[in-house]
Design a protein around this ligand. Structure first.
Ligand SMILES: O=P(O)(O)OC[C@H]1O[C@H](O[C@H]2O[C@H](CO)[C@@H](O)[C@H](O)[C@H]2O)[C@H](O)[C@@H](O)[C@@H]1O
Length: 385
């Protein structure tokens, strides 16, 4: 494949750059980890700010504006100096260096397929920035027909779940495939296959029916917070009404405060208004996504826990021969990457076109590469898993 060859040669180009740094979180103990160690690259042109391991950033403790500015960094696809095969900018060089630590899943075909041999594969997918490109209007973050067809194909062979920060209903509507499992509100609203042992283990898990009338397990660990979340959402709508470009999104058990379309000079105003409301709600906390502040209940639940819950629901949690692959682009996906490496049940693939610290093992540049992964791996994985 052209892309694969391209990545390999790009990596070779950067092999001369020498750096060392330690990987965020625990090093993967999975035998197919490409690095298998705890060194991380650090060079003259690449400095990545350190974060606490696996802890979601609290916007305020990190400095409001710094966190808001650094969220959602982007970098255009690598441009090469034609004929010389060298990176044409400092940003390109930094990205290529980063690829040494987080190799492209496209150029790691052999490693990944070796790792999958004889394993039951389960696939977990984030939505925004992973299946759909990041766009200015969150209501129009559609996924392409090509992506939908690719997801549909993989879901025919491997249990596949979407785990999104959006409300479950909304992300289901965007994806439009009934054969998948869906977890919305950062995993706080899950519909999974009916399994009694799961409802026995999780007191909030109840038997319900899905849109087609099929019996399912419904798990909403933050259900008690709903009135409070609704109240805060209405306050937030009011308080940002006069800030041009600011937008509130109802994600059922979470609320998103979007500032992507707000002039940068007003970002501190958005942050201040949100904080003024949040300070009266100690049972809610604020996390940070890509140009979005996310209000959510203070409960010990995240996308990592949602992955474990779904593996349990699929009857795959106690199996040693399971390979769970999670593809995501945002900070909340890090909890899932971390869980998989900790329990040695799989690995994360980070979708990012700019260097970032991560608990993932592999990377992809953008959703177009996610499609390529689905297409290029499917046939091989069907044969060997
Ligand atoms: O877990 P995810 O599915 O990735 O959800 C995280 C947030 O995604 C959406 O916002 C992001 O995508 C928008 C559309 O491309 C973009 O406009 C926004 O700036 C991004 O932050 C979603 O709208 C949020 O509610 C989710 O929290």
């Amino acid at each position: 494949m052209e892309l694969k060859a391209n990545h390999t040669s790009l990596l070779a180009e950067t092999a001369t750059l020498t750096r060392t740094r330690s990987r965020l979180g625990t090093p993967s103990t999975l035998s197919c980890s490409p690095t298998g160690g705890s060194t991380f690259l650090h060079g003259p042109s690449l400095t990545i700010p350190r974060k606490k391991n696996g802890v979601l950033d609290d916007v305020r403790s990190n400095g409001w504006l710094d966190a808001m500015r650094s969220s959602s960094p982007t970098h255009k696809k690598i441009s090469m100096d034609v004929g010389h095969g060298v990176a044409s900018s400092e940003a390109d060089a930094a990205y290529l260096t980063w690829l040494l630590e987080f190799p492209s899943a496209l150029s790691s075909f052999e490693q990944i397929t070796n790792c999958a041999k004889g394993k039951k594969i389960a696939l977990f997918l984030d939505y925004d920035g992973t299946l759909s490109p990041i766009v200015d209007n969150p209501d129009r973050a559609y996924m392409s027909d090509k992506m939908r067809a690719a997801v549909k194909s993989v879901a025919e062979y491997f249990p596949t779940a979407i785990i999104s920060g959006r409300s479950r209903e909304k992300v289901h509507e965007f994806v439009g495939l009934t054969e998948l499992h869906y977890a919305g509100s950062h995993g706080m609203d899950i519909i999974g296959p009916l399994r009694e042992s799961v409802s026995d283990n999780h007191p909030n898990c109840i038997r319900s029916t899905d849109k087609k009338g099929k019996e399912v397990n419904l798990f909403q660990p933050a259900a008690d917070f709903l009135p409070m979340i609704d109240e805060v959402r209405m306050l937030l709508v009011e308080c940002i009404r006069d800030i041009k470009g600011a937008k509130i999104e109802n994600n059922k058990f979470c609320v998103s405060v979007h500032y992507r379309n707000v002039d940068e000079e007003n970002w501190d105003l958005v942050a201040q208004r949100v904080y003024d409301i949040m300070k009266d709600y100690p049972h809610l906390r604020l996390t940070h996504g890509r140009k979005v502040l996310e209000v959510r209940p203070v409960i010990d639940w995240d996308k990592g826990k949602a992955v474990t819950f779904l593996l349990e629901s699929l009857g795959l949690n106690d199996d040693d021969d399971v390979l769970a692959i999670y593809i995501g682009d945002d900070r909340t996906d890090e909890d899932a990457f971390k869980v998989l490496s900790e329990v040695n049940k799989g690995f994360g693939i980070l979708v990012s076109s700019a260097p970032k610290e991560s608990n993932a093992v592999y990377s992809l540049c953008d959703p177009s590469e996610v499609i390529l992964v689905f297409i290029s791996y499917l046939r091989e994985l069907m044969k060997i898993s």
